[in-house]
Design a protein around this ligand. Structure first.
Ligand SMILES: [Zn+2]
Length: 211
């Protein structure tokens, strides 16, 4: 693929890199994932996936290149759907891999009212993803919604676009909200994207479920 983004010097933990690749594989199959990795000159990851450890060694440029390769192979519309699904597939794996720092055990957290779960869960997810990457994730409670901001967003790192392209994160947040909301769906919209010239990527998460 032309114009690959060069290594950034910013990283995901290996384990999060693994989670990402497994989530793509769930959505587009082993062959689809291999095609993405070949196209982005990351074919060494086919034979040797990232180690299952917490070292920060998985360059975020890989994430950005994979996201763009998805578009090259499946077209903008197809890629958007697949990125949303891959993001959703990531959520359970992220929780399994890192445990959400909610301050409650699983059972106690499950018993909290939905709005309390959102208030605790969304910032907890932001903390986990900040801790295990060189990105900064931050959730700000605006009353009726959260603004969820990512600095040094991996998905659009080094890219330029006319409209937001971080659908993977939209999917991840949708699935997180669905888990906090006991199966209800919540609207998540990317309002700012670094690829379009914004300082950071921002996602608006509504607190009331879609009826
Ligand atoms: Zn982004």
């Amino acid at each position: 693929m032309r114009n690959l983004v060069s290594p950034s010097g910013y990283y995901f933990s290996n384990r999060l890199g693994r989670v990402l690749l497994e989530s793509f594989e769930e959505t587009i199959g082993r062959n689809g994932l291999n095609a993405l990795l070949n196209l982005t000159e990351s074919s060494s990851l086919i034979e040797r996936p990232p180690a299952n450890d917490l070292s920060l060694c998985f360059d975020i440029a890989i994430v950005s290149n994979l996201n763009r390769a998805l578009e090259v192979i499946y077209g903008p519309r197809g890629a958007r759907g697949l990125a949303l699904r891959s993001g959703r597939a990531m959520y359970d794996r992220v929780v399994d891999a890192f445990e959400l720092p909610t301050g409650f055990n699983d059972l106690a957290f499950r018993l909290l009212p939905v709005q309390t779960r959102l208030k605790i869960g969304v910032p907890a997810l932001a903390r986990v993803l900040t801790q295990h990457t060189d990105q900064t994730h931050r959730a700000v409670d605006r009353g009726s919604h959260f603004d969820y901001t990512i600095e040094r967003c991996a998905v659009c790192w080094g890219q330029e676009a006319k409209s937001p392209i971080c659908h993977l994160i939209v999917g991840l947040l949708q699935e997180a909200l669905c888990a906090f909301g006991r199966g209800q769906e919540f609207r998540v919209q990317q309002t700012e994207c670094r690829a379009t010239g914004a300082a950071a990527c921002v996602f608006r998460i509504e607190k009331e479920p879609i009826v």
